[in-house]
Design a protein around this ligand. Structure first.
Ligand code: SF4
Length: 635
């Protein structure tokens, strides 16, 4: 009977997505089982029972249909993207939408900034249908309930922004009485009523899409631009829709800061659980940028939440051709292909609670600062240290102390060198121990060594790693997280996701990116830490993905701006395609470069518009003058 229990558990483990270590893990468990069954069967069972909570599962959501496409419930994670073509240019939109559908995109969004664009969705939809493209379209609406109503007639889904659907943003702090606040909530119900009624008649769905950068004055006045404010912004609209008896809704919490977006989404789910809601979740990091940085930022936010078991549809927004978003999204969801076949239950809540308890009890008040996270770069004993390595970082030589000493003698690195003798490697056995009361642990003392934990220790979810890290005695300054970085997929998607899921809540001394290319892994580690705002080593760029409103070539312009300003450590620069949403969505950027009209740029210092309608050929020089005046520019 005990054996059947063992196989019931390990059989379940076969379903763990992305777990390359499942089979070794099972054979390890079997060996472990055989060894222990004669001695301490009860302890083993206790450990297994404690570990079932660490198995990968998903947060159960209701199914919502966008035309023929099911989102949430038992459906696979859906991939979506957004057109960059002008919505009034029917042929360009149809061409781009076809490219996206052909590449595997399952839902295509278009901006509809006004009634004319919303009306043209009809032509776009009809041309796509005539050519056999039946995939659903979604309209992106800001500011205008009237535009949303027109769009709803022609496309399967409409996204509204609760920050500006009704409220006009004046960037004012308002002191509300309870009655005034309630009055505004009632206005939301009335403003949504026509849209919701028509959506019911037509069988359409909506997305309540909160953006960190465009919260209403009401929310800002009461909650500030916090994850709590983002969640409440969506909850107000969800409660209004439920009052109107409408539940065909997808919800998103987006921010250009992956940590904010992760916290807001987790908090949203906590609110769902408290209010018995189960809406599908759309995940995305806004204004992530382009290239490897854009992919890392997106993966940090989206990947960490997928690891939590959250997320029913994703968009990787890149400042590149929209079709390039699709392989990036595919790579991110690849480890979860079997996601939908997993049993649905609610481990998320317990896992989150456990992690929060660990964080508050163990790590919150440690002297070690998260901002000290060092990087350990693996180098070949014959290889010179990377030229750019910072003195606070480490090199790691595979081998013993004598290999380390001969490396130091040979290359005289400026930073510290570590070798295998400097680590205590924690493995699956330690993970099993971590499930027991402290008195039953058998962790070796660290003394002057570091504990090394591999992120793929057993295919367990991130809670397992939190549990392990929290259980080891005296880990505060001793924990090194080893993360695979052998392929481009590891570097761009897996590593940032694991780091984002662990680092903001865990006092981790250092990251060891396991790769054969020292320079590359060092630069990836720096980019990940920058994306998580744990360690800032260069300028931070927020660039919108562009859409039908964009006033200039975002990809080319962003590349030019980056080339001249990337060295300005700690300065946050937003490059936004239009003045309609750009200023609202560039969040806490220090400087903004925003498309005003064709060939004209507005420049912002913080939220203040300081230079208007600058011809685009002079705009970058003007931005640099502005930075010089502010004393933040240097060559
Ligand atoms: S800021 Fe960029 S993505 Fe957002 S609406 Fe304007 S052009 Fe489109």
């Amino acid at each position: 009977m005990v054996k059947s229990f063992f196989w019931a558990i390990t059989g379940h483990l076969l379903l763990i997505p992305g777990s390359s270590a499942v089979f070794p893990w099972i054979s390890f468990m079997e060996k472990y089982f055989n060894r222990l069954q004669h001695f301490c069967l009860s302890i083993f069972i206790k450990k297994i029972m404690n570990m079932t909570n660490l198995l990968y599962t998903r947060f159960p959501t209701r199914e919502v249909r966008a035309g023929s496409l099911g989102i949430g419930g038992k459906n696979p994670i859906r991939i979506q993207s957004m057109l960059t073509a002008n919505t009034l240019d029917t042929l360009a939109c149809v061409k781009e939408a076809k490219e996206l559908f052909d590449a595997g995109c399952e839902l295509v969004r278009l901006t509809a900034q006004g009634p004319a664009e919303a009306q043209n969705l009809k032509n776009i939809k009809e041309m796509l249908l005539a050519d056999g493209y039946t995939g659903p379209l979604s309209a992106d609406i800001h500011f205008s309930p009237r535009t949303a109503l027109i769009a709803l007639e022609h496309v399967e889904k409409v996204r509204i922004n609760p920050g500006n659907y009704i409220d006009k943003k004046n960037f004012k702090f308002i002191e509300y009485t309870e009655a005034q606040y309630q009055n505004e909530l009632n206005e939301i119900v009335e403003a949504l009523r026509p849209l919701v009624n028509r959506a019911k008649e037509l069988g359409r769905c909506l997305r309540i899409g909160t953006n960190h950068g465009s919260l209403s004055d009401r929310i800002m006045s009461r909650y500030g631009d916090t994850p709590e404010g983002m969640v409440e912004s969506a909850m107000e609209f969800l409660r209004a829709c439920e009052y109107l008896d409408f539940k065909d809704i997808v919800v998103s919490m987006k921010s250009s800061n992956p940590v904010v977006m992760i916290r807001a989404t987790r908090l949203l789910v906590e609110n769902f659980i408290a209010e018995q809601m189960s809406y599908p979740l759309h995940l995305g990091v806004t204004e992530a940028g382009e290239g490897i940085e854009g992919r890392i930022k997106s993966a940090a936010g989206i990947g960490a939440l997928l690891e939590d078991g959250l997320g029913d549809t994703i968009r990787v927004s890149l400042t590149e051709k929209s079709v390039k978003e699709i392989p990036a999204a595919r790579a991110l969801i690849a480890p979860y292909e079997d996601f939908h076949s997993l049993p649905l239950h609610h481990p998320f809540r317990e896992q989150l609670k456990e992690r929060e308890t660990i964080y508050f009890n163990k790590f919150r008040n440690v002297k070690h600062s998260l901002y000290d996270t060092s990087i350990i770069v693996k180098v070949d004993p014959e290889e010179k240290p990377p030229a750019t390595i910072h003195v606070k970082d480490y090199l790691y030589i595979q081998g013993n102390t004598s290999a380390k000493e001969s490396y130091i003698l040979r290359f005289h690195p400026e930073c510290r060198v570590l070798c295998d003798d400097d680590f205590i490697i924690l493995d699956n056995k330690n993970l099993l121990d971590a499930s027991l009361p402290v008195s039953e642990h058998s962790f070796p003392a660290a003394n002057d060594k570091f504990y090394l934990v591999s992120a793929n220790i057993s295919g367990m979810n991130l809670t397992g790693l939190h549990r392990l890290a929290s259980t080891i005695p005296g880990t505060e300054n001793k924990l090194v997280l080893r993360i695979p970085c052998h392929t481009e997929e590891d570097a761009c998607y897996l590593s940032p996701a694991i780091c984002a899921g662990l680092l903001p809540d865990l006092a981790c001394s250092a990251l060891l990116l396991d790769s054969r290319n020292a320079e590359h892994s060092y630069s990836i580690a720096l980019t990940i830490l920058q994306a998580l705002r744990i360690r800032i080593t260069k300028a931070d760029f927020i660039s919108c993905p562009s859409c039908g409103r964009t006033e200039f070539d975002l990809e080319e312009t962003t590349a030019k701006i980056k080339a001249r300003l990337h060295h300005l450590k700690g300065i946050k620069i937003a490059v936004m395609g239009c003045i309609v949403n750009g200023p609202g969505e560039m969040a806490d950027a220090d400087f903004g470069y925003v498309g005003a009209s064709h060939g004209k740029i507005h420049l912002y210092k913080g939220m203040e518009l300081v230079k208007k309608n600058i011809p685009s050929e002079h705009a970058l020089d003007e931005l640099i003058s502005l930075m010089k005046e502010a004393g933040v520019y240097h060559e």
